[in-house]
Design a protein around this ligand. Structure first.
Ligand SMILES: [Mn+2]
Length: 277
């Protein structure tokens, strides 16, 4: 049995199927992990959702910012933006089934046997894996409840930026969602800078990738994530970054995690460079 983790697909369905063919994916034996952002910006979001859902228990998919955005738009909590390409999902006859399925997806998946965790963007540097798990579950409960519209209406925003066990309700949910689905840069004190843009390293503002913050509490667990096409396909001890920017003309990447060292497979997607210019 092989275990592959695949980065941000963003509606690039043909490329997903081509990548699975390239690794000779066998649905009867292999397992797929998807690091979130299955949809949006690319051309075939509906097909990607239907396909991943059809894999049932052979696949694990965590929620990305684009899935939460779709759910928020569908609930009426926010408007679709001109760059969104998920109208086909909202108009599909199986829309409700697909959205219900999405609402049941986790923010984090932790495989205790392998000691590997997957999330779309990152973890607060102060969180150990147990804290991360309980924070994920808190928001997952809200998302699956009848109160989920309230969650969507308060989830946008960059504050608070520092973890405290004392955070409550909207502020707590927003902080947790920002870590799991939007985080890239932190300062040395472990404060989130989710609005930060620009280069990954050699910055003049003292910011660094969240996984490089000194004293990060999750350092003993392998972490797989996506969301950061500028960082690209990247591996460091205990770190597997899988978003190689398929929809931006980069590549779609899978990392095989059941072998040591991990094995990377990338499918170039130059066609999309034309659309994103
Ligand atoms: Mn993302």
């Amino acid at each position: 049995m092989a275990l592959y983790a695949i980065g941000d697909i963003q509606g690039c369905y043909d490329e997903l199927r081509a990548l699975l063919d390239r690794v000779s994916f066998n649905a009867d034996a292999d397992q797929l992990w998807f690091a979130g952002d299955l949809i949006n910006r690319g051309p075939r979001s509906l097909e990607v959702l239907r396909f991943v859902r059809s894999l049932g228990n052979d696949a694990v998919a965590v929620l990305g910012n684009h899935e939460l955005h779709l759910l928020a738009v569908a609930s009426g909590a926010c408007k679709s933006s001109v760059n969104d390409t998920f109208k086909d999902i909202l108009a599909a006859p199986d829309c409700d089934t697909l959205l219900d399925w999405l609402r049941q997806r986790p923010l984090m998946h932790y495989d205790a046997k392998r000691n590997i965790a997957m999330m779309h963007a990152g973890l607060a540097p102060q969180w150990d894996i147990a804290t991360a798990q309980s924070c994920a579950q808190e928001v997952e409960r809200e998302l699956r409840s009848k109160r989920s519209d309230e969650l969507f209406s308060v989830m946008y925003g960059n504050q608070p930026d520092l973890w405290s066990e004392k955070l409550r309700s909207a502020e707590r949910w927003r902080f947790i969602i920002n870590c799991f689905t939007r985080l890239r840069m932190c300062d040395a004190e472990g404060r989130l800078h989710v609005g930060a843009r620009g280069p990954v390293r050699k910055r003049d503002d003292g910011l660094m990738p969240w996984f490089e913050v000194p004293g990060r509490a999750s350092v003993d667990t392998k972490l797989v994530f996506g969301h950061w096409s500028v960082l690209g396909r990247y591996q460091a001890p205990g770190i597997y970054a899988t978003d190689s920017g398929c929809v931006w003309g980069g590549a779609l990447s899978a990392v095989r995690l059941d072998v040591e060292p991990a094995e990377w497979h990338s499918l170039p997607c130059p066609i999309y460079a034309k659309f994103s210019e």
